[in-house]
Design a protein around this ligand. Structure first.
Ligand code: HEM
Length: 115
């Protein structure tokens, strides 16, 4: 069962990498250029793998901090919500890409420093 957890962590880290890549791709299309669909796929992957890791915790023998996971989930809901609302727009606000990038950095900081 530990292999399944490691596979999910592996995909979770690839999802994080994808979101960081999206931030730099966004810079190439300009400050208010349309959002790349990769934002949606990356945040969806983080949600699915994160929730699966928590759901499988009784089987993988992990004991995750409920408050920490709640904060991670809340940050992702904000991130994915901003992405969903803006995805079909031809022009987005200039603060959007830096905010999405900041949320990814914040998620990573919560994941690593909250022990
Ligand atoms: C942009 C969103 C996210 C990023 C960048 C992110 C990043 C990370 C990183 C870097 C780790 C590894 C930490 C370490 O091992 O020291 C991690 C672990 C984890 N994340 Fe996330 N995360 C995100 C969203 C979520 C969400 C929404 C959930 C679920 C609510 C979640 C649940 C978990 C769990 C359960 C682990 C522990 C895995 C383990 O070691 O067994 N993550 N995350």
């Amino acid at each position: 069962m530990d292999f399944v957890r490691l596979l999910l962590v592996f995909l979770h880290l690839l999802g994080m990498g994808m979101l960081v890549a999206m931030f730099f791709i966004q810079r190439r299309v300009g400050a208010n250029g349309p959002l790349n669909k990769g934002w949606l796929h990356g945040s969806g992957l983080q949600l699915v793998t994160g929730v699966a890791l928590i759901g499988l915790a009784p089987l993988t023998g992990r004991d995750y901090d409920v408050v920490k996971m709640g904060v991670k989930l809340a940050l992702l809901v904000v991130l994915a919500g901003l992405v969903a609302v803006n995805l079909s727009k031809k022009q987005v606000a200039t603060w959007l890409a830096p905010t999405l990038g900041g949320l990814v950095v914040l998620e990573t900081a919560v994941a690593v420093f909250w022990r």
